[in-house]
Design a binder for this molecule. Structure first.
Ligand SMILES: Nc1ncnc2c1ncn2[C@@H]1O[C@H](COP(=O)(O)OP(=O)(O)OP(=O)(O)O)[C@@H](O)[C@H]1O
Ligand SMILES: [Mg+2]
Length: 299
C-alpha cells in the first residue's frame, strides 16, 4: 500500500467564462481520516476535484498531493485512486475495463479479481456493464480506484444512488481505508448522506469555503440559534454588539448564538434597527449545514 499523503488546496480559483465556479478556496485533507467535501448542487465540488486531478487548469492557486500536482505524479494510479463520474463503456465487462486500465498503468493483472472481490461485484465481473445498476456501477468505479492500492482516494459523490445496504457497506469501506492511514476525500451534496462516514468536513457554498473542521465541531454549531437580518446590516451588527450577543455571518442573515428570537428582536428594537428577518434556527446537524450553505428556510 502507498502512503497517505495530504491533499493541499491553496487560493484556488476557477472560472468558466462569466461563472466563477471556485473562488480563493483553501483547505487541507489529512491522511488517516475520511473527509467529507460538502456543498449544495453547483457549489464547485466537482470543479475543485477536476482541478485537483489535472482535468482543469485553475485561474489561480494550487491543488496538490503533498506539494506535487497530479500531472507530475510518477505513478498516478498507485498514488491516487480517483473516481469522478462512473461512466464505463456499456458493452464491456467490469473485468475487461479493469484489465485495460491495469495494463495501461503497468499494474499486475492479479489486482483485477482482487479489487472486484473487495467491492463485492466479483460474481458480476463478466457481465456487460451496460446492464449494471447504478449501485453496481458505483462499486465498479471504486474497484477502479483500488487497482493501484493507492494511499489517497478522491471520490466524487460515491454514495449517490446506493441503497441503504450499499450506504452501510461504503461507510465501512471508507473508514477501513482511513484506518489504514490513507487519505480519503468524499464529496456529497447531502450532509445526511455522509454524516456517519466522515471524521472531518470541508463545506463550500458558491465556490467559497464556509466551514472546515471536525464533524464534532459542526455538531457544536448545531445548538439552537436565531437568524436575524436587516436592510441595514451595519446598524444590526452595532445593536447586537451593544447587547453583547455573539453572531456569525450566514447566507440568510446573521446567526446569533441566542435561542430566543425575542431577545434578539429586543436588542434590535433598543438599537432602533429595522428587521427584515427574525426567526429561530432549528437545531440539528442538517439545519446547521443548511444555514452555512444558504439552503433551508432562512435563505
Ligand atoms: N465546464 C463548465 N463550463 C461552464 N460552467 C461550468 C462548467 N463546469 C462547472 N460549471 C459551473 O460551475 C459551477 C460549479 O459546478 P460544479 O459542478 O463544480 O458543482 P458541484 O458542487 O459539483 O455540484 P453538484 O452537487 O450538482 O455536482 C456551476 O455553476 C456550474 O454550472
Ligand atoms: Mg458535482
Amino acid at each position: 500500500m502507498a502512503d497517505g499523503i495530504p491533499i493541499e488546496i491553496t487560493g484556488l480559483t476557477k472560472r468558466f467564462g462569466a461563472v466563477t465556479a471556485v473562488e480563493d478556496l483553501g483547505f487541507t485533507v489529512q491522511p488517516g481520516k475520511v473527509t467529507g467535501f460538502l456543498g449544495p448542487n453547483g457549489a464547485g465540488k466537482t470543479t475543485t476535484l477536476r482541478v485537483l486531478l489535472g482535468l482543469e487548469r485553475p485561474d489561480a492557486g494550487t491543488a496538490t498531493f503533498g506539494g506535487t500536482p497530479y500531472a507530475a505524479l510518477p505513478r498516478p494510479l498507485e498514488t491516487v485512486g480517483a473516481s469522478l463520474d462512473a461512466s464505463f463503456h456499456p458493452g464491456r465487462s467490469a473485468r475487461n475495463h479493469l484489465l485495460v486500465y491495469a495494463t495501461a498503468a503497468g499494474i499486475d493483472r492479479s489486482r483485477v479479481p482482487a479489487v472486484l472481490a473487495q467491492v463485492g461485484i466479483a460474481e458480476y465481473a463478466d457481465r456487460r456493464v451496460g446492464g449494471y445498476s447504478l449501485g453496481m456501477r458505483q462499486r465498479l468505479a471504486l474497484a477502479y480506484t483500488l487497482l493501484g492500492d493507492p494511499g489517497v482516494f478522491v471520490l466524487d459523490e460515491p454514495i449517490n444512488g446506493l441503497d441503504p445496504e450499499g450506504i452501510k457497506w461504503i461507510r465501512g469501506f471508507l473508514q477501513a481505508l482511513a484506518r489504514e492511514g490513507r487519505t480519503v476525500l468524499v464529496s456529497s451534496h447531502l450532509l445526511s448522506e455522509v454524516q456517519q462516514s466522515v471524521d472531518d468536513v470541508v463545506i463550500i457554498s458558491k465556490g467559497r469555503l464556509v466551514k472546515r473542521g471536525t464533524l464534532a465541531s459542526l455538531e457544536l454549531d448545531a445548538a439552537p440559534r436565531t437568524i436575524v437580518d436587516s436592510p441595514d446590516r451595519a446598524a444590526l451588527v452595532a445593536a447586537l454588539d451593544a447587547a453583547g450577543l455573539e453572531y456569525t455571518e450566514g447566507r440568510g442573515g446573521l446567526i446569533v448564538a441566542e435561542p430566543d428570537p425575542a431577545r434578539v428582536g429586543h436588542a434590535a428594537f433598543v438599537g432602533g434597527v429595522e428587521l427584515s428577518a427574525l426567526h429561530r434556527l432549528k437545531s440539528g446537524l442538517e439545519e446547521s449545514f443548511l444555514s452555512l450553505v444558504g439552503g433551508g428556510d432562512e435563505s
